[in-house]
Unconditional design. Structure first.
Length: 210
């Protein structure tokens, strides 16, 4: 199978976007957990986009390395945040072979765009040190939210069928948990962010490499 080229995925600015308003506080809270990284504040961001999250994390004392397949995104990131270690790359590359392993791998709102999710999950696993933690977010899907979307007539807008390189996988806690456990992760758990839990905007999976 040939990989789909998404190097042209567009970013309007180098700033944080609306989804980051709910995701970033939750991520920072998770990163502050005392047992997460044992004081080693190196983090790999898979799908760093325009560098805005990496920049925010660096201000909180994290040393961030990141890749993204979007040439435009990385161009903006390098112009706005020249001190950050961000480059073009994707989940289909041997990232661990190039960058080594990290105590934390962060990947926000990426897995729903990935055409080969098992390769993505394996790349996240390989990037982690033993005992390391993956933090992965994606739009939340559950019975009540899907019902609300159907009743409100917003399914077409939600499924983004006409958005080039848009969402192609729609994950639930069950399916994303199964993907991560299949890749070898343990202690998979979830938090939901944005709105009330049943109608959450996104969910964040936290998983540990043994």
């Amino acid at each position: 199978m040939s990989d789909v080229d998404i190097s042209g995925y567009c970013y309007a600015t180098h700033d944080l976007n609306q989804s980051h308003d709910i995701l970033l506080p939750a991520v920072l809270s998770l990163l502050d957990e005392s047992n997460l990284s044992s004081g080693d504040r190196r983090l790999f961001e898979l799908g760093c986009g325009n560098g805005s999250i990496a920049n925010a994390l660096s201000k909180h004392g994290w040393s961030v390395t990141g890749v993204d397949p979007s040439e435009e995104g990385i161009k903006q990131a390098r112009a706005a945040y020249p001190d950050l270690n961000l480059a073009n790359g994707s989940a289909y590359d041997d990232l661990a072979g190039v960058y080594g392993r990290f105590p934390v791998v962060l990947s926000l709102e990426v897995v729903e765009h990935v055409y080969a999710p098992r390769r993505y999950a394996r790349t996240v696993f390989d990037l982690l040190e033993g005992g390391g933690t993956a933090i992965i977010s994606t739009p939340y899907h559950g019975y009540w939210k899907n019902l609300a979307l159907a009743l409100s007539g917003r399914m077409d807008r939600h499924f983004t069928a006409l958005w080039d390189h848009g969402h192609i996988k729609f994950w639930s806690m069950v399916t994303l948990g199964e993907l991560l456990r299949e890749a070898g992760f343990e202690a998979v758990r979830f938090v939901r962010v944005g709105r009330v839990p049943a109608l959450a905007k996104s969910m964040i999976a936290i998983a540990r490499r043994p």
